[in-house]
Design a protein around this ligand. Structure first.
Ligand code: ZN
Length: 132
């Protein structure tokens, strides 16, 4: 696994959160993207080699809406860049990590992704992330 590709932050109001992070980081986001299949709107900021991904829900059925109900706003996941996501999925499964996605799928920002269950990672939702 390579660098931390991004940190995902779940927010209630994506517009307000975008303004907050614009002020915090003193820059504009480089991308906004809706991932319809996930019920998520994302806003990305560059922070050196890594990024901040704001995640807002676009429907009540969205995993982000459920997360916000349960846990409130805050750090949602850490994404690691990998060279070969299918290799990493097999490697981690063989080591007993619990996968949320058995197969890599398209994510935001031109990536293919897979999530590992927080139970496997001491409470941290981990995303594997490969350039598509
Ligand atoms: Zn992410």
């Amino acid at each position: 696994m390579n660098k931390i590709e991004h940190i995902g932050i779940a927010v209630k109001n994506i517009k307000e959160a975008t303004e907050t992070y614009e002020a915090l980081l003193n820059k504009k986001p480089y991308k906004e993207e809706e991932v319809e299949s996930e019920g998520v709107k994302t806003v990305f900021f560059e922070t050196g080699e890594s990024k901040i991904e704001l995640l807002g829900a676009t429907s009540d059925q969205s995993p982000i809406a459920k997360y916000l109900d349960k846990k409130g706003e805050g750090i949602h996941h850490i994404a690691f860049a990998v060279d070969d996501i299918n290799f990493e999925i097999q490697r981690l499964e063989a080591k007993g990590f619990q996968l949320i996605n058995q197969k890599a799928k398209p994510g935001a920002d031109g990536k293919i992704i897979a999530f590992l269950h927080p139970k496997s990672n001491h409470g941290v939702l981990v995303e594997l992330c490969q350039d598509a």
